[in-house]
Design a protein around this ligand. Structure first.
Ligand code: NDP
Length: 419
C-alpha cells in the first residue's frame, strides 16, 4: 500500500487524533451504521452475515478495522495483508464500486449521529478523505481480482452432484456447474462463496467455504460443519445457529441447486512442483478443509516424494472428517505421515489408530521434533482452525526457529479495539 495520496498532512494528524474516540465510540458508530444502512438498503442484507449482525460480531469487527486504519494511517503498509484478505472476500461476494458509495455515506452519517458536535467539519472532511483513500485502493485491488476470475463475474448456478457425510458434524457437497462446462482451476487453500435463500430471513445469505479437494474440471467440493449455535442459557451465548450450514445439511440434497462464486483467497499452497520443500499441515476442527485440498493436490502425483505431515486436532474421531482417507494414504506412502490429537477420546476410539495423543494439538508432543522437518530451512507450514489455535501454533513454530514467512494462515479477525 502506498502513501497518503489523497490526504493533506493535517488531515492525517486529525485522523490519528481520533483514535481514542474510536476506542470509546467505535462500536456504537458501527452499530448505528449497520442499522441505518440496512434499513435504507435492505437488499444489502444478503451481502452481510445476519448471524454476525445479531451477535454483534460484525459491528465489532468493523470497529476494529476502523481503529486499525486510523492507528496506521501514516503506515498503511502494516495493513496490507488485512486489506488483501478483505478484498478477496469482497471479490468472492461481488462487491462493486457503487457499494462503497453507500457504505461511505452511512459510515460518515453514523459518525455524525454518534459524535454530534465533536465531529467538527474538519474532522468530518478528514474522515471522508481517509475513507475514499482506502475505498479507492480496495476498489482497484478488487478490480484486479475480477480481471483474474476467468470471466466469472457473477453468481453462477451449481448442482449438488453428491452429498457425503464425512463425520458427525461435517458433510461434503460436490458442486457441479449447471452448464456442465469445465471449471477453472483454483489454488489449493482457496474458498468459494455459496449463496442460498434463507426462508426464515426471506433473503439470501452467502458464506465462504474452503474447497476441500484438489482442483478438478468437473466439480468443486466443500465440506461444511453444521454450526448448531450456542444455547442462549449458556455462559458464552454469542453463537447463532448457522443459517447457511444448517440449510445445507438439512434441506439441500443431491440434485438441488445453489449459487456459487469464483474461487478466491490469499491462503494457498505456494509451489506445487517443488519436492524439496517439505510441507506440514496443522489444523483443528473443520479448519482441515483447505489443508485437505493441499494434501490431496500434493498426493495426487504418485511420483512426488515430498515429505508431508498432516497434523489434526478434534474432540473425538466421530467429528474428525477425512480420517480414513488421510490414514490410508499415509500407510501407503513412506513420505507421508499423520498425527491426530483428540481432546476427548470416546470409548470406541483406539490410541494409535484413531488418535495418537490425548489433548489439543501441541507440537511439543510430537514423537520427535524432526517430525516438523525443522532441519530443512525451506519447510512450509500451513495452519488453519480457530483463531487462537492459529496464533498459538504460530508462536510455537516461531519459538522453534521457523521464520514468519514460512508460516501460512488466514486470520479473518481484525484484532479488535483494545479495552
Ligand atoms: N480460513 C479458512 O479457510 C477456514 C477456517 N476455519 C476456521 O476454523 C475454525 C472452526 O473450527 P471448529 O471446527 O468450529 O472449531 P471447534 O471449536 O469445534 O474446535 C475444533 C478443535 O479445535 C480445538 N481447539 C480450539 N481452540 C484451540 C486452541 N486455542 N488450541 C488448540 N486447539 C484448539 C478444539 O479443542 P477442544 O476439543 O478442547 O474443544 C477442538 O478439538 C473457525 O474459526 C473457522 O473460521 C475453518 C475452515 C476453513
Amino acid at each position: 500500500m502506498g502513501s497518503n495520496m489523497g490526504m493533506a498532512p493535517d488531515q492525517v494528524q486529525l485522523i490519528k487524533a481520533t483514535v481514542p474516540v474510536l476506542v470509546d465510540h467505535g462500536n456504537t458508530i458501527t452499530t448505528v451504521f449497520y442499522r441505518n444502512m440496512l434499513a435504507a438498503h435492505p437488499e444489502l442484507n444478503s451481502v452481510f452475515n445476519t448471524a454476525n449482525q445479531a451477535n454483534g460480531h460484525q459491528p465489532r469487527a468493523l470497529a476494529g478495522a476502523l481503529y486499525a486504519y486510523a492507528s496506521h494511517i501514516d503506515d498503511l503498509g502494516a495493513l496490507s495483508s488485512a486489506v488483501e484478505l478483505i478484498c478477496n472476500k469482497h471479490a468472492s461476494l461481488y462487491i462493486k464500486p457503487d457499494d462503497y458509495k453507500i457504505v461511505g455515506k452511512y459510515l460518515l452519517e453514523a459518525m455524525a449521529e454518534v459524535l454530534g458536535a465533536a465531529l467538527t467539519p474538519e474532522i468530518h472532511a478528514a474522515w471522508a478523505a481517509a475513507y475514499w483513500q482506502l475505498a479507492d485502493l480496495m476498489i482497484g485491488r478488487e478490480n484486479q481480482l475480477y480481471q483474474q476470475s476467468n470471466g466469472w463475474t457473477d453468481w453462477f448456478e451449481f448442482k449438488v452432484a453428491d452429498k457425503v457425510k464425512e463425520s458427525d458434524e461435517i458433510t461434503s457437497f460436490y458442486l457441479a456447474p449447471a452448464d456442465g462446462k469445465p471449471l477453472p482451476a483454483f489454488r489449493p487453500g482457496q474458498y468459494i462463496s455459496v449463496q442460498v435463500f434463507v426462508p426464515d430471513l426471506k433473503y439470501p445469505q452467502a458464506r465462504q467455504y474452503s474447497l476441500s479437494d484438489q482442483p478438478r474440471p468437473d466439480y468443486y467440493r466443500i465440506s461444511v460443519k453444521k454450526e448448531k449455535g450456542v444455547d442462549s442459557a449458556a455462559p458464552d451465548a454469542t453463537a447463532h445457529a448457522g443459517y447457511v450450514s444448517n440449510l445445507l445439511h438439512d434441506t439441500v440434497n443431491k440434485g438441488d441447486t445453489v449459487k456459487v462464486s469464483h474461487p478466491c483467497g490469499d491462503f494457498f499452497l505456494s509451489a506445487t512442483d517443488e519436492p524439496a520443500h517439505p510441507v506440514v499441515l496443522i489444523s483443528a476442527g473443520v479448519g482441515l478443509t483447505p489443508l485437505t485440498s493441499i494434501f490431496n493436490t500434493l498426493t495426487s502425483k504418485p511420483s512426488s516424494n515430498r515429505k508431508l505431515h498432516f497434523i489434526h486436532g478434534a474432540r473425538s474421531s466421530s467429528v474428525r472428517a477425512f480420517q480414513d482417507h488421510i490414514s490410508s494414504l499415509t500407510k501407503q506412502y513412506p513420505n507421508l505421515q499423520a498425527t491426530f490429537f483428540t481432546s476427548q477420546p470416546s470409548e470406541e476410539d483406539t490410541q494409535g489408530v484413531d488418535y495418537h495423543h490425548v489433548g489439543r494439538v501441541n507440537l511439543d508432543k510430537l514423537a520427535s521434533q524432526k517430525d516438523l522437518f525443522l532441519d530443512n530451512s525451506q519447510t512450509e507450514y500451513y495452519v488453519c482452525g480457530p483463531e487462537k489455535f492459529m496464533t498459538d501454533m504460530e508462536s510455537s513454530l516461531k519459538s522453534q526457529g521457523v521464520s514468519a514467512d514460512r508460516i501460512k494462515m488466514e486470520l479473518f479477525g481484525t484484532g479488535g479495539v483494545p479495552h
